[in-house]
Design a protein around this ligand. Structure first.
Ligand SMILES: *Cc1c(COP(=O)(O)O)cnc(C)c1O
Length: 449
């Protein structure tokens, strides 16, 4: 007869799943399957830990976001934010859905080209663009979003020897009621710097001013900020029209929509508080439609949404390596994935789900990763069922920023598997091995013997 698991006896109040003072409680329901595929099978075929990406969720969420905007505004273009998740298979799904590419480095730019994105459908953002990057972007007729005056002068200088007239926009930063303010990127609206940059672009006669760009921050929990930002962008566009009789083609409102992950220290569950795509869309398109553009000349609305599009499509599956008691009596679980793979654990209260129904009893526990480093904490404290060594677990909503900000530290990065619309599994990034790492290392001769 098998020995039964010991469970600490507890008396608890009945919960009827109604919101309490702090809203609804995030559940720790088992997550046995991803898109109909048992997690236990995925782990046995591809190893543990394992990132799993759902193509179905990527497409569904993208279509929801697109519909929220296109049902309100005639001319909308999404551009996939590469840094949010630049695995080629993932990017190609967005490109198939009609997304352009939004890149912030020469590396990301090359990745987009390599994915077959035409130069005219690449938006080049960020403060770091080398002359070589800029020349490539100019010749490919990509949209270069200028971040600072030094870059503006560089583009003007490079235009003298290029075959194409550079297509540019400026990045604008502004007060939208969100603090701390993101004023380190682009040109400021309120102090007149943005208009000054525009004056220089137009007066140079060397550049094509195609649009205006802003990215007001990330995980913005109020759609009002977008309304304020859109108002200011539209005012700037109309000012350019009046002053220079020049119509810009597009207004790019950047990314920053919050996903449904709950921030650390938040009182409420994110799904109770964060705006929907419809709310963001209403704020942005409402402001554009009211701004006073001629009906036949509404600027194209570009969106560079990252985390809100992909967070729900990513899962990290793994297992419990050990359970232990800390010196102060607290319970702790050691998991086989840590902050090396789950960078977003630094600011989100990630949800850990058991794969199997373990027990009804939940207990507070610290969730540690496998690294021999004190910082390797997934949750300081979380309510989890009574998990034991070998039990499998899944963290949901990890699609954004983890498969790019992960680090090769102490251990290898694992396989990433995509589940396609037919339930087929595809490894889209192979696990690393000693060979992967050593390929980049060079041993000087005097250390060889
Ligand atoms: C990171 C970034 C995005 C995507 O931001 P999210 O907050 O993930 O939506 C979009 N545009 C620019 C310029 C960025 O740097």
């Amino acid at each position: 007869m098998e020995k039964k698991k010991f469970e600490i006896p507890v008396i608890k109040r009945m919960a009827y799943n109604v919101p309490g003072k702090a809203g609804t409680q995030p559940g720790v329901e088992p997550l046995a399957e991803i898109d109909g595929i048992p997690v236990s099978g995925l782990l046995s075929r591809h190893g543990s830990p394992l990132f799993v990406v759902s193509e179905k969720t990527i497409r569904q969420v993208y279509q929801q976001a697109r519909d929220a905007f296109t049902s309100r505004y005639p001319n909308v273009q999404f551009a996939w934010s590469y840094k949010t998740n630049y695995l080629d298979a993932v990017c190609r799904i967005y490109h198939q859905e009609g997304s352009w590419a939004e890149v912030v480095s020469g590396f990301e730019y090359d990745k987009a080209l390599n994915n077959g994105v035409g130069g005219k459908k690449i938006i080049f953002n960020g403060p770091d663009k080398s002359d070589a990057d800029l020349i490539k972007a100019i010749e490919n007729q990509s949209y270069i979003h200028i971040d600072h005056f030094d870059e503006l002068f560089a583009v003007i200088r490079l235009s003298e020897t290029s075959t194409h007239k550079p297509r540019v926009a400026i990045r604008v930063n502004m007060d939208t009621g969100i603090y701390p303010r993101w004023d380190r990127f682009g040109f400021n609206y309120e102090n007149g710097e943005a208009m000054e940059a525009i004056d220089q672009i137009i007066k140079s006669g060397k550049l094509e001013l195609s649009g205006l760009h802003t990215h007001i921050g990330t995980y913005i929990m109020t759609s009002n900020a977008y309304q304020m930002a859109t108002d200011k962008m539209a005012k700037l566009a109309i000012k350019i029209q009046n002053k220079y009789h020049h119509r810009i083609k597009y207004i790019d409102m950047g990314g920053g929509f919050a996903s449904m992950n709950t921030l650390k220290g938040a009182y409420h569950n994110a799904s109770d508080t964060n705006p929907s795509f419809d709310q963001y869309a209403e704020s942005i398109t409402g402001a554009l439609l009211r701004a006073g553009f001629e009906r036949d000349h509404l600027p194209v609305l570009i969106l560079e949404t990252g985390r809100a599009l992909i967070d729900d499509a990513g899962y990290l599956a793994g297992q419990v390596l050990a359970t232990k008691r800390l010196a102060d009596g607290r319970k702790a679980l050691v998991l086989d994935f840590g902050v090396n793979l789950l960078f977003t654990a630094f600011w989100y209260d990630h949800q850990l789900h058991p794969v199997e129904e373990v027990s009804d009893t939940k207990d507070e526990a610290a969730l540690f990763g496998p690294l021999c480093m004190n910082i390797d904490v997934i949750r300081e404290q979380a309510r989890v069922p009574l998990l034991q060594k070998g039990d499998q677990v899944v963290v949901s909503r990890v699609g954004a920023y983890n498969m790019t900000q992960w680090m090769q530290f102490i251990t290898y990065r694992p396989n990433v598997v995509l589940i396609d619309l037919n339930g087929e599994e595809h490894i889209i990034r192979k696990t690393e091995s000693l060979e992967t790492i050593l390929k980049q290392e060079i041993i000087p001769d005097h250390l060889k013997s």
